[in-house]
Design a protein around this ligand. Sequence first.
Ligand code: ADP
Ligand code: MG
Length: 253
Amino acid sequence: PAPGEPLLEARALRKQFGGLVAVNGVNFSLKAGEIMGLIGPNGAGKSTTFNLVSGVLSLTSGEVLFRGEAIAGLSSRAIARRGMSRTFQHVKMVPDMTVLENVALGGYLRSSGGLLRAMLRLDRAEERQLLAEAERQLRRIGMAELMFERAGNLALGPQRLMEIARALCTDPSLLLLDEPAAGLRLKEKQALAEVLRQLKQEGLSILLVEHDMDFVMGLVDHLTVMEFGTWLMAGTPAEVQASPAVRAAYLGT
Ligand code: ADP
Ligand code: MG
């Protein structure tokens, strides 16, 4: 879609885990070229919403449109191939491998047939190509000098950036990030925000789940606020900050 047109639309999302309704009646529309934040207190249903949108969880009911097409029921791999790429709330990596290898492996697992195939079938040319793509993405986000570092040695900030590089390897148009700033030091948060602004400049759209209000407010174009699994409000950061309902729910004031 052209900038400003809907890229991702969530309609009446509902997810039930047994007797627990984790997400109920959540709607939002993310426009191409924007950064949208999904915020709300812990347990509000943000990660579940994320997992519904990215195909990691199946919907109880509702609809997800990506590039105008219904994607509910597609595998997360199929969704990734259409141009949606994500990170998880907890960093996933092989600590004893290098940063470059971790990024390359992730790119492979997303694009093709899984770990077994990665181990059995990867030929030299494919491997070179994956490593070259991983290197390109690490350079893109300013991590080239950490390429040959053991991934397990990285601080949390660079680990999160490594995950973003990995998500970029499939050349997504939409990046989904689940609490990328959680646990980061101020300097690391600023570095992360800088990378996300750069990616937006380059034309990427980003959906950001975040618990940290300060981090999102300066970064996003629009916000959707959740509370107790439901949609509470949507608007610009200024509108959301001015909302008494949000203050009551989120800030407890
Ligand atoms: P948030 O990311 O906003 O903190 P979550 O989406 O992780 O919230 O969780 C929303 C609610 O759903 C919580 O009450 C949580 O305990 C519950 N929940 C999340 N995942 C599962 C699951 N796989 N099985 C059962 N309950 C779950
Ligand atoms: Mg969460």
